[in-house]
Design a protein around this ligand. Structure first.
Ligand code: ADP
Ligand code: MG
Length: 259
């Protein structure tokens, strides 16, 4: 294809670009390396999965990507900015690019659904009227407008996870990071949460990284997948080629189905 000089479009940079991420926990002078040179890229609007058995380092990876845990080495680029290199103040702002959801939605039990979703907006200093409008929009998107004034204890597990998703999206992140968000939900509820995530990707162009031990989750919703074992990525690629390839670890079902 002919290209005019200097006008070539650069290849699109990935939204998430984890490079050679290492995490060593040190206790009593003894170091344990939990993540060993993990590299991972995800382009805008893609749903990527990281699957691995219990103890593989998945939660540590999630916590290093949003810098809740400081990596021992490597880089975490989000939209081209290396979070690891930022000072605390800059990191606080950059973290808003990543919304995180966890297995237990971690809602405040004393607050209503509305008040839970409003929390990040309050902390960011968003004025009250704007908060109210934004929360209504978010609850509508996750299908919980009718439960706006309920307390978490009055909701089902799937509904609580929807509140967690709405809260994670409050500050309009580019990335939604999920650590086992559907673990502990029944298959039907899991499917409805995955359908919601797909919808969010399609409607908002959200980039989603799903960290999970559940093969069904990866198979149902991910475009691509990385297999993490003992802190290393041992396989990585498009979901279609890996789960159907009898020579791949994923194709052979070598991921234990337990938390
Ligand atoms: P997964 O989420 O895949 O089950 P984790 O990331 O929770 O795995 O844990 C991976 C390994 O790291 C485990 O062996 C765990 O004991 C260890 N680990 C996690 N957090 C810490 C910590 N704060 N201090 C020491 N070891 C840790
Ligand atoms: Mg975990």
């Amino acid at each position: 294809m002919a290209r005019s000089a200097g006008r070539a479009e650069p290849p699109e940079a990935p939204v998430i670009d984890v490079r050679q991420l290492t995490k060593t926990f040190r206790r009593d002078g003894v170091g344990t390396t939990v993540l060993d040179a993990v590299s991972l890229r995800l382009d805008a609007g893609r749903i990527g999965g990281v699957i691995g058995p219990s103890g593989a380092g998945k939660s540590t990876l999630a916590r290093c990507i949003n810098l809740l845990e400081r990596p021992t080495g490597g880089q975490v680029l989000v939209d081209g900015t290396d979070l690891v290199a930022l000072d605390d103040r800059a990191l606080q702002a950059a973290r808003r690019r990543i919304g995180t959801i966890f297995q237990s939605a971690s809602l405040l039990s004393s607050r209503t659904v509305t008040e839970n979703v409003a929390l990040p907006l309050e902390l960011a200093g968003v004025p009250r009227a704007d908060r109210r409008r934004r929360v209504a929009e978010l609850l509508d998107r996750v299908g919980l407008l009718a439960h706006a004034h309920a307390h978490p204890a009055q909701l089902s597990g799937g509904q609580r996870q929807r509140v967690g998703i709405a809260r994670a999206l409050a500050l309009r992140p580019a990335v939604l990071l999920s650590d086992e968000a559907t673990s502990g939900l029944d298959p039907e509820t899991t499917a409805s949460i995955l359908a919601l995530l797909r919808e969010l990707r399609d409607d908002l162009g959200l980039t989603i990284l799903l960290i999970t031990h559940e093969m069904d989750v990866v198979r149902d919703v991910c475009d691509e997948v990385a297999l993490l074992r003992d802190g290393r990525i041992v396989e990585q690629g498009p979901i279609t080629s890996l789960v159907t390839d009898p020579d791949s670890a994923l194709g052979r079902g070598l991921v234990p189905q337990r938390p």
